[in-house]
Design a protein around this ligand. Structure first.
Ligand code: ATP
Ligand code: MG
Length: 246
């Protein structure tokens, strides 16, 4: 499959960045359009900024996992006590978690917006759209049957590629997939979990596949859920070590 973006899509230094305003304002984050102009070309980036004082930060306890050392223990204590320092620490972890996931998936060729840079309260990635018009979310488009079948196959391939590097999206649905140049582009990794250590990873994978299948069913695609799950790499053996999982 060809790359979504040419390798030289990003404008070189020395560059000037310009904020072009809010693309999407959500409950927990805002996405801004930012242009970057370098010596030979300019490009558009999407900047996702998390709103401060995230209540949702306490939803994903597994951000604790894999963070060790005395500094982290101090942070963990502060997080549990919900102090301001703890709040800052978990926000930083949250951003790092989403950013690291995006970078990892991009590195292995999953169809995601190419990452640009992490910021204190968010990160930048390629703007997926044409001109300044953002690509629609899959939930906002209707596909003809042939296109829908093809897109469903591609999306299952993406989920499989994610699982191959032990990532389960965790919030996958037609709302977190952009439809661009006849291809699905996956976004929003805030709920992503590690397929090896997260006890609910298998359930989340199932939910991801079910929700996206729901959209494609509405587009007329006949879907065998068990076959789809097998195709994305789900199997009892894959998650056999997860005694807590259902
Ligand atoms: N790279 C991008 N290019 C174009 N549009 C984007 C891009 N990233 C996000 N968007 C737009 O911004 C919207 C919100 O982004 P996203 O889904 O990441 O945030 P969110 O739903 O607020 O996530 P969270 O659950 O983390 O708060 C998307 O539905 C999409 O319309
Ligand atoms: Mg979203």
């Amino acid at each position: 499959m060809s790359a979504l973006f040419p390798s030289d899509w990003l404008a070189d230094a020395p560059y000037e960045d310009r904020d072009l305003g809010v693309l999407k304002a959500g409950k927990e984050s805002e996405v801004y359009l930012v242009s970057r102009t370098g010596p030979t070309r300019s490009c558009l980036m999407a900047e996702k900024r998390f709103k401060p004082r995230l209540q949702r930060a306490f939803r994903n306890d597994y951000l604790y996992i894999g963070v060790a050392g005395e500094g982290a223990r101090r942070e963990n204590r502060a997080i549990r006590k919900r102090t301001r320092f703890g709040q800052q620490a978990i926000e930083a972890r949250w951003v790092a978690h989403e950013w690291d996931t995006l970078v990892r998936l991009h590195d292995v060729g999953v169809a995601v917006p190419p990452p640009v840079e992490k910021l204190d309260h968010g990160y930048r990635m390629a703007f997926v759209g044409d001109g300044q018009q953002a690509a629609p979310r899959l939930s906002d488009v209707d596909l003809d049957l042939e296109t829908a079948r093809h897109a469903w196959r591609e999306l299952q391939g993406e989920v499989r590629r994610m699982l191959d590097v032990d990532v389960v999206h965790g919030d996958l649905s037609a709302f977190n997939v952009l439809w661009w140049h006849e291809r699905p582009v996956i976004i929003d990794f805030s709920q992503a979990v590690d397929a090896v250590v997260h006890p609910a990873a298998r359930d989340l994978l199932r939910r991801d596949v079910e929700r996206t299948a729901g959209y494609f069913r509405r587009q007329g695609v006949a879907i065998d859920l068990d076959a789809a799950l097998a195709l994305v790499g789900d199997s009892p053996a894959r998650f056999a070590h997860q005694v807590l999982s259902s």
